[in-house]
Design a protein around this ligand. Structure first.
Ligand code: BGC
Ligand code: MG
Length: 535
């Protein structure tokens, strides 16, 4: 597959509206990112993933695109993006954009044209319309599940949405086309074909401007099926395989990364990696401590990275084994957090607990993705108001992980010169909130630890994305070997923990805290962590 570089990458996710505001309008922008690229480079990361930065009415924070080929004015211009790509390249950093492949905004001219037509387009509809609801119609009003929305007219009938009502699903066809539902298109009907060509055009446009690839939103639900339960995944994969075939000659270095794990359909896969999504059990079982109104997946206290030490790594390890089963070389991305969930530092997890978490995240055999702000241990802020669709339902508030980056002690933590009431979201009000500037001065800070871990990873192939990872102890202290030469141990619980490990004679602790090494094993203080080179 294309983009062999991905296996060695360390990714940094930037939520553009919250990173750095250069023009004082309270919203982050691309010039702001350019101004802070030295910070990004100082972490040792080599790839930035930007959440969508395209023209949008921002009903879902930009995941409702109204022009795929134009940077949203609040972020800057296409030229600013080109400058950013160039400035990043000078620092050895690639830029990935976010492709919202499955739906647009209702404000997209394509949707407006079909809404104002009296019936199906002779060239094939780009969206999914029906004049009468089928008997099996989806009736969920949960965002994130496909459902029919009554057309506001003039076109009669209903359109299919993917997430919010303002995000109409693009028409990539259906797995079945029964005669009594003539409005359903098959995979190769004109509308779906137009949309597949559109995806290629969008990729070509940005890849031609130096972008390194895309993270793809909701990649496996493009082709619909009767139940909306993923029977379309195999057909959706076909869409990506076709695009990969074209990429292989048109842009051989480009990568496509799915939002989550690629479904195994038995056929060849369409993406260059899997993503172990923060919202899925593999990640949640490690880090979701039930804090702060974000979809507690499990009783508080069950996360493995929890001071009480009652959790298990089993769900993660099973997911990891499954992801690696068909092809051990296939990269698997694992984020510290992301824009859809909590943060690593969500109450009750404290800064002193972050070392173990980050040591795991940055030395496992994954491709790590550091969510902006996690390198200084920014908090998830509970109870914030809705901003651009961040609150999906009362139990699911994404605002708290989307607050402005905390740079220094100046006004608005150095994020913006706007009045505090004009900021995209409020700054963490805590007096002791972490900042980049303060952590620069403190060699024991989370920031310095992240830099040391990333530097060690990059200097040590055995700690990177290609070398095998072998579990030595799956409980506390979690212990694993990388390649033949390194052992990593983390103890996320409050109480000390010990493990017997063979072959430690002569081992050297390269980095760590609270780890005692003997010839027969390791004793690790509460919240301790260590990376060892075997003798
Ligand atoms: C994104 C969400 C977004 C949703 C709908 C997800 O992949 O990460 O932020 O709300 O898709 O586009
Ligand atoms: Mg701005």
């Amino acid at each position: 597959m294309a983009g062999d570089w991905l296996a060695d990458a360390v990714v940094y996710e930037i939520y553009p509206q919250s990173f750095a505001d250069s023009d004082g309008d309270g919203v982050g922008d691309l010039r702001g990112v350019i101004d802070h690229l030295d910070h990004v480079a100082s972490l040792g990361v080599d790839t930035i993933w930007f959440n969508p930065c395209f023209e949008s009415p921002f009903v879902d924070a930009g995941y409702d695109v109204s022009d795929y080929l134009r940077v949203a004015p609040r972020y800057g211009t296409n030229d600013d993006l080109a400058d950013l790509v160039e400035a990043a390249r000078e620092r050895g950093i690639r830029v990935l954009l976010d492709l919202v492949a499955g739906h647009t905004s209702i404000e997209h001219p394509w949707f407006q044209a079909e809404l104002h037509a009296d019936g199906p387009s002779p060239e094939g509809d780009r969206y999914v319309w029906c004049e009468e609801l089928p008997a099996w119609a989806w009736d969920s009003d949960l965002p994130g599940t496909p459902a029919w929305v009554r057309s506001p007219g003039p076109r009669p009938g209903w359109y299919l949405k993917n997430f919010y009502d303002e995000q109409p699903a693009l028409n990539f066809g259906w797995t079945e086309t029964p005669a009594d539902e003539p409005w359903r298109d098959g995979f190769d009907d004109p509308g779906p074909r137009r949309n597949r060509r559109m995806l290629q055009d969008v990729l070509d446009f940005w890849l031609g401007r130096g972008v390194a690839g895309f993270r793809v939103d909701m990649a496996f639900s493009l082709v619909k099926d009767d139940q909306g339960k993923n029977a379309g995944a195999a057909a959706a994969t076909q869409v990506w395989r076709e695009l990969q075939a074209w990429l292989a000659t048109a842009h051989p270095d480009a990568v496509l990364i799915p939002e989550g794990k690629e479904p195994r359909t038995g056929a060849a896969m369409g993406f260059d990696a899997d993503f172990m999504l923060v919202i899925h059990p593999e990640h949640a079982s490690l880090f979701d401590n039930g804090g702060a109104g974000v979809l507690p997946f499990q009783p508080p206290g069950d996360a493995f990275f929890h001071a009480d030490g009652l959790g298990s790594t089993r769900t993660f390890l099973d997911g990891w084994a499954a992801a690696k089963a068909d092809d051990p070389a296939r990269p698997v991305l694992l984020g510290t957090a992301d824009h859809d969930f909590s943060r690593l530092r969500t109450d009750p997890r404290t800064p002193e607990e972050l070392g173990a978490a980050l040591t795991f995240l940055l030395t496992w055999g994954t491709v790590p993705s550091i969510y902006y702000g996690d390198e200084i241990g920014m908090r998830y802020l509970p109870g914030l108001p809705d901003k651009e669709g961040s609150i999906c339902n009362p139990g699911y508030n994404r605002s708290g992980c989307r607050t402005p980056m905390q740079w220094d002690d100046s006004a608005n933590a150095g994020f913006s010169s706007a009045a505090p009431s004009d900021l995209y979201l409020p700054i963490d009000p805590a007096e002791d909130r972490p900042t980049v500037a303060a952590q620069e001065q403190d060699p024991g800070s989370t920031l310095h630890l992240v830099r040391r871990l990333v530097a060690l990873r990059r200097a040590t192939p055995a700690l990177g994305g290609r070398a095998p990872t072998t579990v030595l102890h799956e409980g506390y202290p979690f212990t694993w070997r990388r390649g033949d030469s390194h052992v990593v141990v983390v103890n996320p619980r409050r109480e000390p923990a010990s493990v017997e490990v063979d072959g430690l004679a002569g081992a050297r602790l390269l980095l760590g805290q609270g780890v005692e090494v003997s010839a027969s094993g390791l004793r690790v203080d509460g919240f301790g962590y260590g990376v060892l080179e075997l003798g």
